[in-house]
Design a protein around this ligand. Structure first.
Ligand code: ZN
Length: 537
């Protein structure tokens, strides 16, 4: 079937295109305009609307052990209507699709619980999806480093874990910190060493960077740094950027590391320093992890940080799981406009957005649900595009807090072209997805159409039209058709001798074979199952 999307403003920054024109779709792909006189089977008149590739979210906690535990711990969030922090599978897909997002990455799955997580994401309709595998705090890896095994052994191990969990890339969370927590450490910096292994956070990060590079995995190491959320932690983030050297690194939810110690409460925004460092290091990418006000739940495999955050729980309950690898923690939390610290956090995130020189290297996230649910994206997009709206919000926040930031002085307004880079073209490039994030012939026909209105948040909340693989799934924010997508993963090669070594270790430690944790082909679910994203050779 040939579909014509007629007369919209086509915004495709990957090809420098921003013009009123047509898009043609056949068999799930964007195609070149057919010969003059060719008749479309279906035409949508998009005059007055603008047209982008489907949105791509690189960091959103939508599945896995932490998300499920928060559902079980906090049923009252659903009952009270504050359930956007932990929506059910169908709602995750519907809410993303209604906003024009068509690909979402769940960024923190322990390989040993990947089967469950893969089954969950496969049950989410409308979107393509992927997981990142969490490595960096498990005994096997720390032993390799302690024993001075070479890079080849590390790369083989990482490749085997990615293959077993069918992940799209490697996530490293507080490298070494979760392992040190087991020995009762309550803080862990870049150069602290894990007891009994003598391995530092810095060494783990660099080793994983080299492994990802050697394997040719498109997505760089996706790093959750040490000292999340602490006053003065900008120093940790700056040191980590230096520690990364020349190899690529992606810094997750950077806002949570943008804190200085200035101001009346010893807590200030250091976002300008951090933005400057990111701007100056072309090997560094980051997503923001913007804080948005309201009730949410924090879910993280930074077990050390979550343990320390228990006193801030609201409502007052929490779950901490130690043991395998990183462990995890669930701490419900309410961000309040009247709270000095929360207002500084809100401002620091916006400063990172507004001070970023390169929209290709800064990514749009709330670290759902940690900074706020992904359903707040429309409000956040509106704030980035409208200085006047920001001033209204700033007017409702504690003056003392705003004085500990530069937000009130920033006048930048994001353009639609920059929004399309940050939420479409750049994430596709960062994940190695050649047929997404753009609208040239050959692109997957994941397409979002928005109808301009004065209320930009309303515009982004309910897309006028969304196509997934060329099929219309949303019209005016409502579902017209339910489809299931595919799960993206990488399959880098490895020396099969790692199987024998791992089998001995698993037998010794857990009494099972390593393939007991492997994700089977059937876990790809309905839709198109698993799709391999090529690695560089
Ligand atoms: Zn996260």
């Amino acid at each position: 079937m040939l579909t014509r999307l007629a007369g919209g403003r086509v915004i495709d920054p990957a090809h420098g295109r921003d013009e009123v024109g047509d898009l043609w779709v056949r068999d799930g792909r964007v195609v070149a305009p057919p010969d003059p006189g060719a008749r479309a089977d279906e035409t949508h008149d998009l005059s007055g609307c603008f047209v982008m590739a489907g949105g791509i979210d690189i960091h959103s906690h939508i599945a896995g052990a932490n998300v499920n535990t928060s559902r079980l711990l906090l049923p009252e969030l659903r009952a009270s209507g504050a359930s956007d922090s932990v929506p059910v599978s169908y709602e995750i897909g519907r809410l993303y699709a209604a906003m024009g997002f068509t690909t979402v990455v769940e960024p923190a799955i322990s390989p040993h619980v990947a089967v469950q997580a893969q089954l969950e994401i496969a049950a989410i309709p409308f979107i393509d999806r992927a997981i990142l595998a969490v490595l960096g705090n498990e005994d096997y890896l720390l032993r390799l480093l302690r024993d001075g095994e070479g890079d080849a052994a590390l790369a083989d191990y990482a490749a085997r874990m990615l293959a077993g969990s069918r992940a799209l890339g490697v996530k490293v969370i507080n490298p070494g910190g979760a392992a040190a927590f087991k020995e009762n450490a309550r803080s862990f910096g870049l150069d602290d060493e894990v007891p009994a292994y003598g391995v530092s956070s810095r060494a783990i990060l660099n080793a994983m960077q080299r492994a990802v590079q050697a394997l040719g995995i498109p997505h760089p190491v996706h790093l959750h740094c040490n000292n999340l959320g602490m006053a003065g932690n900008v120093e940790t983030a700056l040191a980590t950027i230096e520690a990364a050297g020349d190899l690529p690194v992606h810094l997750a939810h950077l806002q949570f590391y943008a804190y200085g110690r200035e101001g009346p409460r010893g807590f200030s925004s250091a976002a300008p320093r951090l933005a400057e460092a990111v701007n100056a290091h072309p090997n560094v990418t980051a997503d923001v992890g913007q804080v948005m006000f309201g009730q949410t739940v924090t879910v993280s495999s930074d077990v050390l940080r979550q343990f320390n955050a228990r006193p801030q729980a609201h409502p007052r309950k929490w779950a901490i799981m130690d043991g395998d690898g990183n462990g995890g923690g669930i701490v419900p939390y309410r961000y309040r406009r009247t709270d000095y610290y929360n207002a500084v956090q809100f401002a620091a995130g916006l400063e990172l957005f507004l001070l970023a020189a390169d929209p290709w290297r800064l990514f749009f996230t709330t670290d759902h649900p940690n900074g706020g649910p992904f359903t707040t994206y429309p409000d956040l997009l509106a704030l980035l595009m409208d200085r006047g709206l920001r001033e209204q919000w700033i007017g409702t926040l504690p003056k003392e807090a705003m004085e500990a930031t530069t937000l009130p002085s920033l006048s930048r307004e994001y353009t639609l072209n920059e929004i399309a880079i940050m939420t479409r073209a750049a994430p596709a490039r960062l994940l190695g997805l050649a047929d997404r994030g753009h609208l040239a012939p050959g692109a997957r026909a994941d397409i979002a159409v928005y109808r301009p209105q004065a209320d930009r948040a309303a515009m982004f909340r309910d897309a006028a039209l969304v196509l997934k693989d060329g099929r219309m799934v949303i019209r005016d924010g409502r579902v017209t058709d339910t489809v299931f997508g595919r799960t993206l993963n990488v399959q880098p090669g490895f020396d099969p001798s790692i199987e024998r070594r791992l089998a001995a270790w698993y037998d010794d430690i857990y009494g099972v074979r390593p393939d007991a944790f492997d994700v089977p082909e059937q876990a790809g679910g309905r839709g198109s199952g698993f799709e391999a994203v090529p690695c560089r050779s």
